[in-house]
Each structure stands twice: as C-alpha cells, then as structure tokens.
Write a protein that binds this ligand. Structure first.
Ligand SMILES: [Zn+2]
Length: 308
C-alpha cells in the first residue's frame, strides 16, 4: 500500500525567525476559552523552520496562506485603539511594501516546490483596481495559487463592495480563497460563518475555505456548509483546542466533519503556531471518521479543492 499523500493546507511563513516570533507573541487566541495542555510549536516559522516541519511530518507540500503582517499587525497600524480613518491613512502609504511581501512568498515557493503560495489582499492598503492588477500580476508572473484574507484582523466583511471585484477576478483566474473564520471581539462579526453567506451565495463558482471551521463560532458552521456547496474547511487551531469551553470536543469535531462532508475538509496546522506532525496525529486520533476518510483529509482533498 502506498502511504497517503500529506498536504498541509494552512501554514504561515515569516521572513525571519524574529518576525515569526513577534507574530506569534502578538496574536492572542482567546475565542475558545482556556485550556492548559495546548501543544504549541517551538518553531518560529521562517523558511528553514517550515521546510524542516514539512519534512518531519512527511508532507509533500504546504500551502502558505500569506498575510503581509509586517505591514499590518506587526507594524502596529491595526492597533485597536485607532479609528478607521487613521488606519486608512497609515495603510494607504504601504502599498509597495505590501506587494513586495507577496512577491517574497512567491519567490520562496519558486525555490522550494513544496511551498504553495497564497497571497494577501487588503482593501485598506490597496484600492480595488490596484488589488486586481496585483492579483493578476502575482498569478501571471510569480505563480500565486490562491488568495488569503483575515477579515477580523483586516476589519472588513467578505461582501465589502471593495472586495467583490476581487472575488470575481478569483473566479476568472480559478483561484481559491482561504479566509480566517471565527468570532471577533466587539459588535462587528466580520468572520463568523454566517458572515460568509452573502459572498458564498454571490459567487457559487468560487471555492472559499473557512479556516478553523468557524473557530469559537463553530456551531454556526453546519448551516452554512449545507446551504453553500462552495464552502470548504480546514481544522487548523480548532483541532488543538478541542475540549476547551468554547471549542468542540473531539467527538463533536469529528461529528461536524462527518456532517459537513469529510470530502470538503482539509488538514491544516497553522504552523508555526502548531506542529504539522502533531496536527496529523490529532486527526488520526479523532473518533467516528474512517481510515479512508482521514487519509483523504490528509492530502487528497487539498489536491482537489485547491488545485494542487
Ligand atoms: Zn492561520
């Protein structure tokens, strides 16, 4: 028997170990409540670390869902105390830096074929037409394979009118979209599963991956999955938090995967937050799912859903 193909559908990559560590320190994971025995990764998440982790897990490739964080969160621009006008003004001057970061991740992928690059887009940094030109250029010249957004960190809804032409471009170019999903602090629930309904409905040919299976808002996921066949999922993070107050138990997570359809779910680790090999172990430990279903979740589904 051949070993099943292992593909990590969701990792992050940083230009230096220092930058990776800063990103990990600055990203608070609050939505599941507290859990004592979380096994975080010791890696920082630069290219060397990522290649090592991919190899340790026996994976053939990993999708880097890139958000140029050095431009947004790490630069302090998204400091929650600032108002939207200030954020808009500061980010508007960072377009070139933002684009260069996407170029960087694609160049890494050209050197290391195990890396599959998804690029970031941000309506606060680039105008809609700048984003369109950038996405096309990244696909044509640099081999970008998809688009990543984090609506909570980036403070916009998927159906924001500035983004709708971008999703149209993604359909045209055959690019899947990977989006963080989960609750937000405050009133604006940018990325709870329900918030994806308008865009899933408007672009039935656009595959949208709801990362973390809704995270702390996982109870909303099944309804969205049943209504929109173009919604897909990865279970990174949530699979490490099972049993926490606002997370599902192992049984509930396996049941959710079974109900949305295991063929729509991909293995993701959210490296360097968690280790790829540990995420694989966690999947294998889940109840209810058959060995064959687990093996497809390990890699075959990503090949089909993300066109790898
Ligand atoms: Zn992530």
């Amino acid at each position: 028997m051949n070993e099943p193909r292992i593909i990590d559908a969701h990792i992050h990559l940083y230009q230096s170990k220092e930058q990776g560590l800063l990103a990990k320190e600055g990203y608070e994971i609050w939505e599941y409540g507290t859990k004592d025995d979380i096994r975080f990764s010791a890696y920082s998440g630069d290219v060397e670390d990522a290649l090592k982790a991919i190899e340790e897990a026996g994976a053939s490739s990993a999708v880097v869902v890139h958000i140029p964080e050095e431009v947004t969160s790490l630069s302090g621009v998204m400091d929650k105390t600032q108002n939207e006008q200030t954020i808009r003004e500061r980010l508007a001057g960072m377009g070139e830096m933002y684009k260069a970061s996407n170029v960087w991740v694609c160049e890494v992928a050209q050197k290391h074929p195990q890396i599959v690059p998804f690029i970031g887009v941000d309506p606060w940094v680039l105008s809609t037409s700048e984003m369109e030109v950038h996405v096309r250029e990244m696909v044509d010249r640099y081999g970008a394979r998809g688009v990543k957004v984090h609506p909570v960190e980036q403070r916009f809804y998927m159906h924001d009118e500035r983004m709708m032409p971008i999703w149209r471009t993604c359909v045209e170019l055959g690019l899947p979209v990977m989006a963080h999903s989960g609750p937000a602090r405050g009133d604006e629930q940018y990325a709870e599963p329900r918030a994806f309904a308008p865009v899933l409905g408007a672009f039935p040919q656009l595959p949208i991956v709801l990362a973390h299976m809704g995270g702390g808002a996982w109870r909303q996921l099944l309804e969205v999955a049943k209504t929109y066949p173009n919604s897909y999922f990865d279970f990174c993070e949530i699979i490490e938090w099972t049993g926490a107050p606002n997370a599902p138990t192992d049984y509930e997570l396996a049941n959710l995967i079974q109900n949305v359809g295991p063929e729509r779910v991909m293995m993701g680790s959210d490296f360097p937050w968690y280790d790829i090999d540990h995420t694989v172990e966690r999947l294998m430990e889940l109840p209810l799912l058959s060995k064959m279903q687990k093996e497809e979740i390990l890699g075959a589904n990503a090949v089909r859903i993300l066109n790898i």
